[in-house]
Design a binder for this molecule. Structure first.
Ligand code: BES
Ligand code: MN
Ligand code: ZN
Length: 496
């Protein structure tokens, strides 16, 4: 999608569709519709009087041959209550316009900016909303409507030249939206087309294209590093595991911190010998969503160039039952030296993360942030809407929560507390890999935290938020790319 500004006076824009939004309660007269010429606003008032135009969230009203405009059509999108409007809502309203129009054969649209249209954050949100909305999970439908893609979104200023900050916002929004769609593509691939090796190849291609360092380790190296927990999960699969490391280390960044982004990369989770029920097992192709998001974050920051060092570590493997698979009761020795009794082979995420965190520390990371589709329990607590945030560092948890709010991703802090440690004690080893049903997301998080040790650590359980179960007016059903925007925001706004 090409993104640009149009600075001609509104009435003179010769374009297929001009898009404006209106607020509820005063649909014909508040929102960017206020900026339209009087002729067409008269018509909008009539539509409002007949309740065809209400301004309710994402309502789309298409006007042909709008009076006073050179545009062929005018689309008015409902933006909801004015008091609730913010950049997150703007992102969705733009998305709703894009999805409405692309379903109607339109490839080129102009979005009317508000009076303060030059604000970096709002231009960025608009661009993100458009790029994210121009996505569907229908990759392998042979009659897929390829022509549904939007070719161009122009932001119409209504007569003034766009400022440098506005252009910067547009570029940021494009980069972040595209990186998030890259992550969504990785998550959307089925496991026969997204093996650990393929994920590693995609990481290498991305790193090469954006000038990042990338290193991929295979089975022998994983064993040589004594990653007994990662290997325990990987040993049951015919597909060789990969440990993917991508580094961003700009010369102008201070030597510390080095932020470690660790993403769970289970390309398919059958549960192993503690096998999952077959119902919904296909969803476990998404069990590498944390890893995909981290690769997307690297793609974004390679272009946005914040002055901070970042290392992504993605342990990628399948979790399969086989004659070689690890079994309930097995005791494995993690890279850290801690021994683990495997009570349930389906609690594999925390095992691969344990060794990945240890490795990230060995690579010099001084802060650890992991993202993982770790537990069904977090979906019971927070649904598909909100990511669970856990961690050991008040400071870094607060930074993550602040960035989440700014980036329009919902997150909520969950507790960690030593009193829960009893639940994952083992009779035979240092730790057991499950903590029972009660507080399952907490004990899983805390198990991972045992391997972060004293290094400041934040854990994001994205088991619920990795996937959108319904089609939204502004966002396709399918992979979401969460929590990419939050982490990019955190890194781009890192002081220093
Ligand atoms: N990958 C799953 C968690 C998951 C569930 C992700 C639903 C996305 C949607 C994870 O590996 C898992 O199986 N967790 C178990 C842990 C249990 C065995 C302690 C779970 O949550 O049931
Ligand atoms: Mn599992
Ligand atoms: Zn899993």
């Amino acid at each position: 999608m090409k993104l640009e500004f149009l600075s001609e006076p509104l009435a003179q824009l010769h374009i297929p569709v001009l898009v404006a939004y209106s607020f509820e309660d005063a649909a014909a007269s508040s929102g960017t519709v206020e900026r339209l010429p009087a002729e067409v606003r008269g018509l909008l008032e009539e539509l409002q009087a007949s309740r065809e135009l209400t301004g309710k969230n994402f309502e789309c009203t298409l006007v042909h041959r709008p009076a006073g405009l050179a545009a062929q059509k005018l689309l008015v999108v409902g933006a909801g209550k004015k008091q609730k409007f913010n950049d997150a809502q703007l992102r969705r309203v733009v998305g709703a316009a894009v999805r409405y129009l692309r379903g109607r054969g339109i490839h080129d649209l102009a979005w009317l900016l508000d009076g303060a249209g030059g604000r970096l954050d709002s231009v960025q949100a608009a661009a993100e909303g458009a790029v994210l909305a121009d996505y569907d999970a229908d990759r392998y439908r042979t009659e897929r409507e390829a022509e549904r893609r939007i070719d161009r979104l122009a932001l119409a200023t209504g007569g003034t030249a766009a400022s440098g900050t506005a252009w910067a916002g547009l570029e940021r929004g494009r980069i972040i939206g595209e990186a998030q769609n890259f992550a969504r593509d990785l998550v959307n691939e089925p496991s026969n087309r997204m093996t650990p090796s393929i994920l590693a190849e995609r990481a290498e291609e991305m790193a090469e294209r954006y000038g990042l360092e990338c290193q991929v380790l295979g089975p022998q190296e994983i064993r040589d590093l004594k990653m007994g927990a990662f290997w325990g999960v990987a040993q049951g699969s015919e597909e060789p595991p990969r440990l993917i490391v991508v580094r961003y280390s700009p010369a102008d960044a201070p030597p510390a911190p080095i932020i470690g982004l660790v993403g769970k990369g289970i390309t398919f989770d059958t549960g192993g010998i503690s096998i999952k029920p077959s119902e919904n097992m296909h969803e476990m192709k998404t069990d590498m969503a944390g890893g995909a998001a981290m690769l997307g974050v690297m793609q974004a920051i390679a272009q946005l160039k914040p002055r901070v060092r970042v290392t992504a570590v993605v342990p990628a493997t399948e979790n399969m039952p086989s004659g070689k698979a690890f079994k309930p009761g097995d005791v494995i020795t993690s890279m850290s030296g801690k021994t683990i009794e495997v009570l349930n082979t389906d609690a594999e995420g925390r095992l691969v993360l344990a060794d990945a965190l240890t490795y990230a520390k060995q690579l010099g990371c001084t802060v650890l942030i992991d993202a993982a589709t770790l537990t069904g329990a977090v979906t019971i607590a927070l649904g598909n809407i909100t990511t669970g945030v856990f961690g050991s560092s008040r400071e870094w948890i607060d930074r993550v929560l602040k960035s989440a709010a700014a980036a329009g991703e919902k997150m909520w802090q969950m507790p960690v507390d030593d009193d829960y440690r009893e639940q994952y004690k083992s009779l035979i080893a240092d730790l057991a890999n499950t903590g029972g049903r009660y507080g399952g997301a907490i004990t899983a998080a805390m198990f991972v935290g045992e391997f972060a040790g004293d290094t400041p650590w934040v854990h994001l359980d994205i088991a619920g938020t990795r996937w959108s179960n319904e089609e939204k007016p502004f966002f396709a059903k399918g992979p979401t790319g969460a929590p990419l925007r939050t982490l990019v925001h955190l890194l781009v706004n890192h002081p220093g």
